[in-house]
Structure formats: C-alpha cells, structure tokens
Design a protein around this ligand. Sequence first.
Ligand code: HEC
Ligand code: HEC
Length: 317
Amino acid sequence: MTHLIPMSPLGFRCALGAAFCGYALLGGLSLTAQAPQRQSVTEGVYSGGQAARGQQLYKAQCASCHGNAMEGTVGSPLAGDSFLSNWSARSLANLVDKIQKTMPFNLPGSLSREQSTDLAAYILQYGKFPAGQAELSEGVLAQIVFPTAKVSAKPAASLAGTSLPPPEGNLAELMRAIAFPNANIIFNVQLRDPGNQKKKQPAAAPFDYFEWGSTVYPGWLAIDQAALAITETAPLLLTPGRLCQNGRPVPVDRADWKQYVKDLGEVGKLAHVASKTRNYDAFVEVSEKLNDACANCHKVYRDKGGTEGSGATRCQP
Ligand code: HEC
Ligand code: HEC
C-alpha cells in the first residue's frame, strides 16, 4: 500500500480548506493525466551560445537603463534578491512576455520572440543559473519557473533609527502643496510638448522670482522634477498621525490605502523614466496613468464625502 505515502501531502493540504483542497486535487489529476513537466531555471534550461546572443542585445539595448551589472539604474535590477523575489515561482513565459511586450521601455514591441528569449537566457546566466546543452525554446517557457523566494524576516527598507518629524499639514493641505502643482505640470504636457517650447526670457522689470525661476529649468527638466516630486513624496501619504480636513485620521493602516499610495509612487517613477527618454507620446500615456492613480484613491476616500471642503465621510472607506 505504498500509494498512501504520496497521498498524505494532499490530505494535509485539504485540511487547510475546501477551495485549496479542490485546487490540490485538480493539480494532482492533471499530473497523472498528461504530466506537464514543471522545471526550474536551476536545471540548465538554456545554452551558453544563446546567452551570448542575449548579451549582445543586452549591451546595445538594455544596459543604459538596467546597468552593466544588471544592478538597475533607471530601470529595475535584473539580478539579485529583489529581482528574484519579484519573479518568485513565476514562469519564463512571463519573463519573456514582459521583455517582448514592454521593453526596451522607450521602444516596446521592437524585439522578436527569439530575441526576447535570448535576453531571458542572458539574464539567467548573469544570475548564475547554470547553462545546459539545449537552447531555451518557446514550447517549454511556460513550464520553467523561478525558485520560490524565501520571505525574509527583515523589512526590505527600514527607517529604523531615524525619526520622522510629525506632520505639519492636514491631508488636503499636503495635496495642495505637492500633488496638485506637480501633477498639473505633468498634465500640461498633454497640451504642449516640452521639447518644442520657445526659450522664455524673464521680463526685465519688475523682477519676479516665480517668472525668473520658470526660465531656469525649462522644458523637460521641469517635467523630470515634477515626476520626481510625486515619486519621492508619495510616502508622505503614509505619515502616521496626519489628519484629514474633517479631523479623521488618514487611514494609513488600510491595505487599499497603502496600495493607492504604492500605485502613485510607481506611476511617479514611470513618469520620471518616461520624461528622461524625452519621448512625447510615451509620456502622455504615463500622464494619463497618473490621472488614474489620483482618481482611483479620490473615488474611494475623497469624493464620496462631497466636493472641495471637509465632507464628513472623507477619509473613511
Ligand atoms: C529607457 C529605459 C529602459 C530600457 C532601455 C530598458 N528597460 Fe527594462 N525596465 C525599465 C523600467 C523603468 C522598468 C520598470 C517598469 C516596468 O516594469 O515596466 C523596467 C523593467 C524591466 C523588467 C521587469 C523587472 C522586474 O523585476 O519586474 C525586465 C525583465 C526588463 N525591464 C528587461 C529589459 C530588457 C531585456 C531590456 C533590453 C531589451 C530593457 N529592459 C530595456 C526601463 C528600461
Ligand atoms: C492614497 C489616496 C490619494 C491619492 C493617491 C491622491 N489623493 Fe488627493 N486627496 C485624497 C484625500 C482623502 C483627500 C481629502 C483630504 C482632506 O479632506 O483632508 C485629497 C484631497 C486632494 C486635494 C484637495 C482638494 C479637496 O477637495 O480638498 C487635491 C487638490 C488633491 N487631493 C490632488 C491630488 C492629485 C493631483 C493626486 C495625484 C497626483 C492625488 N491627489 C492623489 C486622497 C488621495
């Protein structure tokens, strides 16, 4: 009765709940029915020659943003712990899709499937996953997965030891001080291309700091700055102890609030990269995403409470 032994993990998982139990059973069934082989990227799934082709492409088209050592500069790191935790248990088909559909960031859709696969092979090689005999090919991509990352006990980035000053303004004031003016600079790109602006001359007299300042960092530089401001200040929406205008605490502990803040920071980063590429059309698309990032949170936490002012139900879900 040896089959009792392989059965037992299934029995254990079923104890965790009906839904999961059904999933486990289905997984078990398909395994016996057609045995799609799950493989790990650790098992020599690409060839050295293929990685060398990927390396050429990487140097020419990726290193400028992801760094010579894949350490991440403008783009994210493509090796190391944070990369591996992003890709934990995900398949190479996902990685090749990500590359082919969205990279290079400033020219998505320009790589063939084969080139994208060669790039994935080089990323594996650089990450010290061993090469094998056969090339990585389309048919197997979906079955090959990255290792499941261990969840580390210490938080990824910690401010332990630093103490943040308590908030100075309420949430509406903070929005008006930072999100509003900087988002407007970004939304304005939809109306005029920062690359085509005539050089402004400050009026000779009377002197005006604001007018003069707007001539110092003209065009795309101003857009870079606005995107950076949104990105770097998004975490201020999580400062503990801040109140909304109506006296309710900002719901900094709610999961959806944290997600909206995270989305805002991520769109800010995208806007920063897109601005640096000076690609007008790409930037306009990102500016629309920024509008969504503001609106998605406002729909839930601001606008249900009424228009501008201190709606009583603001800042509650
Ligand atoms: C103009 C800058 C730029 C270039 C060039 C570029 N990338 Fe990226 N890349 C980014 C940015 C920004 C991100 C993060 C945003 C995203 O995931 O879309 C990113 C994300 C990625 C990711 C996802 C990383 C993760 O952990 O989720 C992969 C994989 C990737 N790039 C591969 C490539 C490859 C391969 C090339 C070359 C063909 C390339 N990139 C060229 C900017 C760039
Ligand atoms: C995580 C949620 C969230 C995000 C993201 C967010 N806001 Fe807000 N915003 C709020 C809430 C809640 C209020 C109401 C604050 C109060 O009443 O104290 C508010 C208020 C404002 C106000 C003040 C107007 C008023 O009716 O009181 C402006 C302006 C504003 N937001 C602009 C923006 C812009 C522009 C963005 C995107 C760049 C943005 N916000 C992103 C939640 C958010």
